[in-house]
Design a protein around this ligand. Structure first.
Ligand SMILES: Nc1ncnc2c1ncn2[C@@H]1O[C@H](COP(=O)(O)OP(=O)(O)OP(=O)(O)O)[C@@H](O)[C@H]1O
Length: 663
């Protein structure tokens, strides 16, 4: 089945299941508490009917002058039980709600992390469902779980109490029981519009998504800088409150009582109750009915009203929806994020070459392919740099090599075997990748470098190779929130991430993928590190994605990716000699270095800034759609084909061994 069809099928499945799923989950979560919860519903539901019968007996005893002590004591016990069981039930409900919340958190964490691919996290529909499911915790569009279970318990107790009192009425007559139960139940149908709020409605989902996003922006540390610098704090809070208010308004609108149905409901109830009480009065005055039995039936008739439209309609649907959605998400995310694993071992690979044959890839839901027939061979043990404008598909190519996605056309072969035939875990164990958005673990430096463990000697070695030795003691947690913890700068974090890749190489990884690994490093650091990195990974197949030619040119071969295809491939010298795209871009960059820079730095040899402290050089490939000051060529003409250099300041440098790394 096509991934999109698969996705549509699982979403349809999510929509089908609701309340039964909630009740099954509630009982499963904690069997003892679950059984207690149901027993309390049954006993609290039965007690009002018992009370009605006992009250009838008490009145009857008083009426005929019999001893009333026994009936009075029984009424007293029943009354105390009604009062006592309510708080006990509330306690059981909130304990159960807490446990269900914990379980659902585990379910959602598993649903997101277990599937081997990424498609489930990139699907708009599924991430929207995730927002809906998470609401059991956040309580933005319905009550949070700990409260909801209590409200649902209350609703069920009322429904049970109403039905139990209808059973008492059967003793009076079958029609009375049916009439009154039917009348009160009809309110569910008559007022149904006010009880249903479609939380999957596009407008509701959008408001919830926006409210959720603005809330996270407001409270998360990473956004704090920009919110302050750009004066967006108030805007963020206003946006959050506006969307939250919109959610409230949508709910209010959807669930407000409408005049016509209310009129009909009142009419039906007046008629049914009027008829019953008229009949009761008739028979009592005719002497057909004792005062005690009349009192019992009157109390029961009033109690039947508990089955009417009310509390349960407000709490049950959103809670059932969150639970059913969360539980179904595990299955559906597993389905959408599925990647069938092969069985072949991958140790020591690639030993000969990685070959891409007509690789095509399109993201689910996107119109065109990102990669469109890529043919490429990477000889094992060599380094290949990939250059191309923003959005050219470089990271996508890296993700395919990690087998985070499968190509939608063509194939990737490693030593002649299709990547899909390898055991997935085994292949991933062969790959060490550092992406632009690598993780900054709140863990000691040692574990940041080797999350799966390694000797301190190895950790120190790879940190040295990445220029990160001495950043902090190995035991220091790299997060300020922890006692003795520290925070690193962006470039320092990149050194740690590179060290992580090198540690993976020491553990046997045969393919290193570095997606802009040095973008945040200063030029001297970048040149040094990249030289060291290539030496440390000598004999290991390396794929390097970078916008910096000073880094790119050091690779054995370079390919230019454009519109989903490889348009040039060769070594730096070969591509320069070919006078093609790479040559033009390279020359264009070099020419920027030959002219005085706007900030007064005019030497192509200098590696330091005007104040002599900061090393300089920020030469990158950027999209021609970027602002003119970053994209214009040195001679003021339009840059060619959108792949253009942007130079913020100039410089050239040599690595620690005198190797020239920039023209
Ligand atoms: N998860 C996704 N779903 C849909 N489209 C995506 C997704 N990720 C990337 N794309 C699209 O695929 C194209 C290629 O993205 P990719 O990240 O591979 O580019 P890139 O060459 O690495 O860019 P950059 O130099 O900016 O890092 C872009 O047009 C992007 O919008």
């Amino acid at each position: 089945m096509h991934p999109l069809q698969r996705e549509a099928a699982v979403i349809a499945a999510i929509r089908r299941r609701q309340e039964p799923v909630l009740f099954a989950f509630l009982t499963r979560t904690h069997l003892r508490l679950g059984i207690a919860w149901w027993c309390l519903i049954a006993s609290r539901g039965a007690l009002p009917a018992v009370l009605a019968v006992l009250t009838g007996r008490l009145v009857g005893a008083l009426d005929v002058g019999r001893s009333y002590l026994g009936p009075l004591a029984a009424v007293g016990v029943a009354f105390v039980l009604v009062q006592l069981l309510a708080p006990v039930h509330a306690q059981v409900s909130s304990s159960l709600g807490e446990r269900m919340s914990d379980r659902l958190q585990d379910v959602l964490a598993g649903a997101s992390t277990e599937p081997p691919a990424l498609a489930h996290l990139e699907s708009r529909e599924l991430t929207e469902r995730l927002t809906l499911a998470k609401d059991f915790d956040q309580g933005m569009s319905g009550p949070p779980m700990v409260i909801a279970i209590g409200l649902i318990a209350g609703g069920l107790v009322e429904a049970a109490a109403g039905l139990a009192q209808a059973v008492v009425l059967l003793d009076y007559s079958w029609w009375a029981a049916l009439l009154l139960t039917g009348a009160w139940l009809s309110t569910h149908w008559l007022l149904r519009e006010s009880g249903s709020w479609d939380r999957t409605d596009e407008e509701v989902l959008a408001a919830q998504r926006e409210a959720d996003y603005s809330y996270r922006l407001a409270v998360a540390a990473p956004a704090a800088k920009e919110l302050r610098i750009f004066g967006l704090s108030e805007w963020t809070v206003a946006r959050f409150t506006a969307h939250r208010r919109k959610l409230g308004d949508l709910r209010g609108q959807a669930t407000r009582l409408r005049r016509r149905p209310v009129r009909w409901a009142v009419l039906v109830l007046l008629a049914a109750n009027g008829l019953l009480f008229w009949s009761l009065a008739q028979r009592a005055t005719a002497g057909d009915l004792s005062v005690g039995r009349a009192a019992m039936f009157a109390q029961a008739a009033l109690g039947v009203s508990a089955v009417a439209f009310g509390g349960i309609n407000w709490a049950l649907p959103p809670t059932a929806e969150s639970v059913a959605t969360a539980l179904a998400l595990r299955e559906s995310m597993a389905e959408v994020g599925r990647l069938p694993s092969g069985t072949k071992a991958a140790a020591g690979l690639p030993a000969a070459r990685i070959r891409l044959r007509g690789v095509e890839f399109r993201y689910p839901g996107s119109t065109g392919p990102v990669l469109d027939g890529v043919d490429l061979t990477i000889e094992a043990g060599t380094s290949l740099a990939v250059v191309g404008v923003n959005g050219a598909g470089k990271t996508t190519l890296a993700k395919l090599l990690c087998r985070l996605h499968d190509p939608t056309g063509g194939a990737i072969e490693v030593d002649g075997t299709d990547l899909r035939e390898f055991d997935l875990e085994a292949w991933r164990g062969q790959v060490a990748a550092v992406f632009q958005d690598f993780l900054r673990y709140h863990l000691p430096l040692r574990d940041n470098v080797a999350p799966l463990g390694a000797d301190d000697d190895v950790v120190e070695d790879v940190l040295r190779e990445a220029g990160g030795l001495g950043l902090a003691p190995l035991d220091t947690v790299l997060a300020r929130e922890y006692e003795g913890g520290t925070e690193l700068s962006g470039g320092q974090w990149q050194r740690v991430a590179i060290a992580r890749a090198l540690a993976a190489v020491r553990s046997g990884a045969g393919l290193v993928i570095l997606d802009e690994p040095t973008a945040q490093l200063d030029v001297r650091g970048e040149a040094e590190i990249f030289g060291r990195l290539l030496r440390a990974t000598r004999g290991v197949t390396t794929l390097l994605i970078s916008h910096r030619f000073s880094t790119v040119r050091q690779a054995d071969r370079i390919c230019v990716l454009e519109q989903g295809r490889i348009v040039e491939l060769g070594s730096h010298a070969e591509l320069m000699a070919a006078h093609g795209r790479y040559h033009d871009l390279y020359t264009l960059q070099a020419s920027r270095f030959d002219e005085p820079a706007a900030d007064g730095i005019d030497s192509v040899d200098g590696i330091e800034s005007a104040d002599g402290t900061e090393p300089v050089d920020r030469t990158e490939l950027v999209d021609a759609s970027e602002p003119a000051d970053r994209t214009e060529s040195s001679d003021g003409t339009e840059p060619a084909d959108g792949l253009v250099p942007a130079t913020r300041s100039a410089g050239s440098t040599q690595d620690g061994h005198g190797q020239e790394v920039w023209p």
